[in-house]
Write a protein that binds this ligand. Structure first.
Ligand code: OGA
Ligand code: MN
Length: 303
């Protein structure tokens, strides 16, 4: 196993080569897991895997989430009439349907996926937010279609380098409400039906979380984060915007440009990510994600 670190100063973004995730010993698996938790983002070269391989590897990190894709999308999502069903642990981010046909750019699934092009942390709109996401590049566009990562821990650790209205100790116990209905409304328009909106109410998340492995704190915000409970809503949205802006300004952006067969893992408790977008009318893009579930709601964690 060869490991290279991209941003040493922030302990951020590692690349691993010369491994086969289908045949990892327990010792090597623990090494990979520690690298993900230490560096926040890890790309692994040349893993030409199928869904069963991806799920088997991902389950070594813990229980997997069931994709909201299985219950969100409108009939034209093409899962229902597909001849090749997809396993519920897989979130498919793609403009190609399961019958291998490119979807039009105004298709609800394509619009939904476009919402990934805003900085976010996966599943913060779920009562129990995720730990780690594992994304496999099955088919990637020739131009565009990258994924960017940014370090919300570095942002927290440098927050007080600038004059601030609120110090970290003012923010330490804040609890926010997150919602994908809120974030998609801001970013892609009002795309969900009433049933989905009812099924996906706001959930509570801590604004500052301490990572169980590194014991270092990070902001937990991103586009699903709407407001702080108990604060004036506008005042809290201004602060959340200031935090999200600082996350993006304060540190290095790791720009991942995909090659087919790469696997990228990131720690949702520490980093934000977003897609860079691509010409959906011209290029096919097929990405399959598994997501390692968290253990409990973040507001029950102690800082
Ligand atoms: C994701 C995601 C961005 C991309 O899979 O969670 O946000 O580049 N993906 O597809
Ligand atoms: Mn995502």
């Amino acid at each position: 196993m060869d490991v290279k670190i991209k941003f040493e100063q922030q302990d951020f973004y590692a690349n691993i080569s010369n491994i086969d995730i289908k045949k990892l010993s327990d010792t090597d698996f623990i090494k990979v897991k520690n690298i993900v938790e230490t560096y926040g983002v890890v790309s692994i070269d040349s893993q030409f895997i199928n869904d069963d391989d991806q799920i088997a590897f991902s389950e070594r990190f813990g229980k997997l989430e069931v994709s909201i894709g299985t219950k969100t999308k409108a009939p034209d999502y093409n899962l229902a009439n597909s001849t090749t069903p997809i396993r519920p642990e897989i979130s498919r981010i793609s403009n190609v349907d399961l019958n291998d046909k490119m979807l039009p750019i105004d298709n609800s699934k394509v619009i939904f996926d476009r919402g990934n092009n805003y900085w976010h942390t996966d599943s913060s709109f779920k009562e129990i937010p995720s730990k780690i996401s594992i994304l496999s590049g099955r088919e990637v566009p020739e131009y565009g279609g990258g994924t960017d990562f940014i370090d919300a821990r570095h942002a927290l650790e440098t927050w007080e380098d600038k004059p601030r209205k609120y110090s970290l100790s003012d923010l330490n116990d804040c609890i926010c409400e997150h919602s994908i209905v809120y974030s998609r409304k801001n970013n892609t328009g009002d795309i969900f039906d009433e049933k989905f909106k009812k099924d996906m109410p706001f959930v509570k998340q801590k604004l500052i979380r301490i990572h169980p492995y590194t014991k270092r704190a990070a902001f937990f915000a991103g586009s699903h984060c709407s407001h702080i409970i108990g604060w004036d809503i506008e005042e809290s949205r201004e602060l959340i915007k200031e935090i999200n802006d600082w996350i993006i300004e304060s540190g290095e952006i790791a720009e991942h440009k995909w090659k087919t067969g790469e696997l990228v893992l990131w720690d949702n408790r520490r980093v934000l990510h977003k897609g860079t977008g691509y010409d959906e009318s011209k290029y096919r893009r097929i990405m399959h994600r598994t997501t390692v579930a968290g253990d409990m709601p973040s507001y029950l964690e102690k800082n």
